[in-house]
Design a protein around this ligand. Structure first.
Ligand SMILES: Cc1cc2nc3c(=O)[nH]c(=O)nc-3n(C[C@H](O)[C@H](O)[C@H](O)COP(=O)(O)O)c2cc1C
Length: 195
């Protein structure tokens, strides 16, 4: 038996990310976002759902560019603060958490230097859905802490130790153990079914 909970956007887990934008006077802002995802390979795109009352929402509309920054699990307190305090009430919220920002190489949005990975994104489209809009952005540059880039060019995700969020329980987590390799563990089932 399953219990019906009614419609609710529950997906577990989600990444806890920081959306970087510039406000009107050029002050860098960062907003915590868990409702974000990769959404296209060619061109490489990501999307993020932003509520209409966020300062980030206004910044995005004006600047047409943003960064997605991937924090470490050790940065949970800073990320949580940036997810509770608006740049409209505390314009220097990055300074409060002692995070630094530098201008993107390609776009007009701040890279959050303290995060080991930064994606520079050019706004492609906005889908108004209701309380939130989905902002889709094309990734035009990716910055990764060189200590995390392995000889094969892949990112050492274990060393990155990203911050993970679970909605409903409103808890932060770190990565669990690897249980299988993708595009591989299902091969036996393909074989068994004659594919
Ligand atoms: C874990 C967590 C995840 C969040 N995810 C989102 C999100 O995906 N979209 C959103 O609009 N707000 C989200 N928020 C709330 C915003 O980060 C928060 O309202 C923030 O203060 C907005 O900052 P701003 O007004 O400076 O843009 C989240 C907050 C937390 C703590």
């Amino acid at each position: 038996m399953k219990k019906k909970l009614g419609p609710s956007p529950i997906i577990f887990p989600m990444p806890a990310l920081l959306v970087g934008t510039y406000s009107d006077d050029g002050t860098p802002n960062a907003m915590t976002a868990a409702w974000a995802a990769a959404c296209c390979h060619r061109p490489p795109c990501v999307g993020v759902a932003v509520r209409h009352n966020r300062m980030t929402f206004a910044n995005l509309q004006k600047q047409k560019s943003f960064t997605l920054n991937i924090p470490r699990s050790s940065q949970a307190a800073q990320v949580d603060y940036l997810g509770m305090v608006s740049g409209s009430d505390e314009p220097n919220k990055l300074e409060v958490v002692k995070f630094e920002a530098e201008k993107g190489e390609v776009i007009n949005a701040p890279l959050i230097t303290n995060c080991p990975i930064n994606l520079e994104c050019k706004l492609v489209d906005r889908l108004a859905l209701g309380s939130h809009s989905w902002f889709a952005g094309e990734i035009v540059q990716v910055h990764v802490d060189e200590a995390l880039v392995q000889d094969n060019g892949k990112i050492n995700v274990k060393a990155l130790d990203p911050l993970i969020y679970t909605t409903s329980t409103t808890e932060y987590h770190s990565l669990g153990k690897v249980i299988a390799t993708a595009y591989n563990v299902g091969k036996q089932l393909m074989k068994d079914s004659g594919k």
